[in-house]
Ligand binder design. Structure first.
Ligand code: ZN
Length: 239
């Protein structure tokens, strides 16, 4: 079959030649795919509105030799609310950059597709504090890199509330003593938040709120963890 359709999200776009646009889609069935929207920059083109970043739609495509051609778009959701709100757009932007960097083309990642769609909708409407953190946690999990939060990485014993604990970028929580000394660097509240974002569903924790200090510390832990595995992708701070 040279023609196919798939639900997908526009995660990257750039202009091509005079009137066309190259769109990178993150699709439900095939993961990341490169596509071309012919004439998308022509005034009045039926593709012009549907090539905005964050658009969720059913894309009809024709398989090409190097790149797949978009023949029709049936829109599902447009993140119009996030436009003009820098903090919101920025978070979505980082989510797209992350996926573009971490995933190869034509590798399906359904949990990531689903959390991306949920994140776009959530950021567009409510911008809950934990949305972006939950997104990062789900992506890490989908990549098979969920850190250890229950038992010590080194000795395997269950971590207790009063233990001195560190987060080790190689894979999760570890007793300070088992890590060869060092001071406690993760508090009980931070461990609680880490466990929360990695273990519950988007719907359940979306509205939860935590202290800014704890949020920032956990974001730093998650960012450093991704950085250790994949290199620098995320900014020092998110709003
Ligand atoms: Zn230990």
């Amino acid at each position: 079959m040279r023609s196919y359709k798939t639900e997908a999200i526009v995660i990257k776009r750039h202009n091509f030649l005079e009137k066309d646009r190259i769109l990178t889609l993150f699709s439900k069935e095939k993961g990341k795919i490169s596509t071309i929207a012919k004439g998308a920059r022509r005034p009045g083109s039926r593709f012009s509105y549907h090539s905005d970043l964050g658009t969720i739609a059913i894309f009809h495509l024709h398989r090409g030799k190097n790149i797949d051609l978009i023949t029709e778009v049936t829109p599902i959701f447009s993140p119009i609310e996030a436009h003009g709100r820098l903090d919101r757009s920025e978070k979505i932007g980082y989510a797209f950059k992350l996926l573009d960097k971490l995933y190869h083309e034509h590798e399906p990642h359904l949990p990531t597709f689903e959390v991306l769609a949920q994140t776009i909708r959530a950021v567009s409407s409510n911008d809950y504090q934990l949305t972006f953190l939950i997104f990062l946690a789900k992506v890490i999990e989908d990549l098979g890199l969920k850190p250890e939060f229950i038992n010590c990485l080194e000795c395997g014993r269950q971590l207790k509330e009063n233990d001195k604990i560190n987060f080790d970028h190689r894979g999760g929580l570890i007793h300070c003593d088992c890590a060869g000394g060092g001071i406690k660097n993760v508090s009980n509240s931070e461990i609680k938040l880490l466990r929360l974002i990695f273990s519950n569903s988007f719907e359940k924790i979306g509205k939860a709120k935590v202290e800014v200090k704890i949020f920032e510390k956990v974001f730093t832990i998650v960012r450093n963890y991704l950085e250790w595995h994949f290199g620098k992708i995320l900014p020092e701070k998110i709003l």
